[in-house]
Design a protein around this ligand. Structure first.
Ligand code: AMP
Ligand code: GLY
Length: 418
């Protein structure tokens, strides 16, 4: 194999983590990122392109492997366009991307394959929601916007007051007119990610995300405020059930429907008393999951990705490190509702075994300032989760960003475990 160029599509911490993993590869010559961010600029050549047409042209020029980080370009058919030109790409086409972009489609797939998921209905119009659903469904219920919402279009309604508040907000917004209402599932949530060719798959390290803004269960959903990996509480038996009851049937679905899937598949699983229930499928690496998952892969990831673009898996399992990783997101003041931009960011002393990944950062007049949303992700590595957590927070403490929103409890449950 000859050294090749790689183009990374996206501009978040996930893409920065991908660039770090690829920068360690002996097969990677030059890394490009579009549009990228100031952290990625240290590892990659950046192009400001943000359209499908622009990415296709850029991929031709870069002349190597393209890895698509976020879901939106996949849903818009970027992978199809690249494949049509014979360019190798990691990421499924638009048809398969509906597993993420349309919750209604995902539910239909699960129903057809008997994959456990929360009971749900699609609801059109606010009146139906207010008059029928509210009367008929027992609390708590979960209400989701159909379409891509980056984990932010989900509301858990626990009380009549929550119903009033939710309906009030929707009336004010007058959109969207379509929701999925589903039963609330009780359990522990885990992010399962696999590399797959649509027939076979290998597990990536398993991670746990922290979706809420604070440790309070009533706090708003975000894109993810932190993550850890591995997940000691997920047993071998749990994994076997996820294989048998979720991943296996999903592969059968892809095969039976002749859906070409070459990329990463993410299953958001609620581990309930009755086993794994699927909350969502994503057609890409999770963010912040990628920041803890990628550093724990004990192999050069380039050959895995290159093989995948040809529809092959390099081996039957992926070598995983025995180390642990904890990621803590540093978000802008006001996140997730409305985040402040343009605040100065100072990254202090380097902490051994910590990495600072950029997301919502930008350079203005040569100075690093916030661009909103999740600004940085600090990853700590260590021999076990408690040590990784200490390192991650030592890294966070080196960052100054006025008004920063940071959860202090990522991986806290492992502190007392000796
Ligand atoms: P989703 O975008 O559908 O994955 O939802 C975002 C987050 O909301 C999930 O990661 C869960 O934390 C929570 N959530 C979604 N659906 C449910 C459900 N049926 N029961 C409990 N929590 C849920
Ligand atoms: N961390 C959840 C996601 O990437 O969708």
């Amino acid at each position: 194999m000859q050294a090749k160029n790689v183009l990374i599509i996206g501009q978040g911490a996930r893409e920065h983590a991908l660039a770090q993993a690829l920068a360690e590869s002996r097969w990677v010559r030059e890394i490009w990122a579009a549009p990228g961010n100031p952290g990625l600029a240290e590892l990659a050549r950046l192009s400001p392109v943000t359209t499908v047409d622009g990415w296709v042209d850029l991929a031709e020029r870069v002349g190597g492997l393209t890895v698509v980080g976020p879901e939106a370009p996949l849903a818009a058919g970027l992978a199809d366009r690249l494949r049509a030109r014979g360019l190798p790409v990691v990421g499924p086409g638009a048809e398969a991307a509906r597993l993420e972009s349309s919750k209604i489609y995902a539910k239909r797939v699960m129903q057809e394959m008997h994959i456990s998921t929360a009971r749900s209905v699609a609801v059109d119009g606010l009146d139906t929601l207010a008059l029928q659903v509210r009367r008929q469904w027992r609390l708590p219920v979960v209400i989701k916007e159909d379409g891509l919402a980056q984990g932010k279009g989900v509301t858990i309604v626990r009380s009549e007051a929550d119903w009033d508040a939710f309906l009030g907000q929707q009336t004010a917004r007058q959109s969207p007119a379509r929701w999925i209402v589903e039963e609330y599932l009780d359990g522990r949530e885990v992010s399962i990610e696999v590399l797959t060719n649509g027939r076979d798959y290998v597990w990536l390290p398993v991670a746990v995300d922290h979706k809420r803004l604070t440790a309070d269960v009533g706090s708003p959903n975000t894109g993810g405020m932190g993550a850890y990996s591995p997940v000691p509480w997920l047993t071998e038996a749990d994994r076997r059930r996820i294989d048998a009851e979720v991943l296996g049937p999903l592969m059968t679905y892809l095969q039976e429907h002749r859906i070409d899937y070459r990329g990463i598949l993410y299953v958001g699983c609620m581990m309930t008393e009755d086993g794994p229930y699927v909350l969502e499928f994503n057609v890409r690496l999770g963010d912040p999951e990628a920041s803890v998952v990628l550093p724990l892969i004990n192999d050069d990831i380039y050959p895995w990705l290159a093989e995948l673009t040809e529809g092959r898996l390099l081996a039957t399992s992926l070598p995983v490190s025995t180390q642990a990783a904890v990621a803590v997101v540093v978000a802008s003041q006001g996140y997730p509702a409305a985040s402040l931009v343009g605040r100065a960011i100072r990254i202090g002393r380097h902490v051994a075994r910590a990495r600072v990944l950029h997301a919502g950062t930008q350079l203005v007049d040569g100075k690093l300032v916030s661009r909103g949303g999740r600004v940085l992700t600090v990853v700590g590595l260590g021999p076990e989760l408690a040590a990784a957590r200490t390192t991650a927070y030592a890294g966070v403490d080196q960052i100054s960003l006025e008004g920063a929103v940071v959860r202090r409890d990522i991986g806290a449950e492992f502190d007392s475990v000796g």
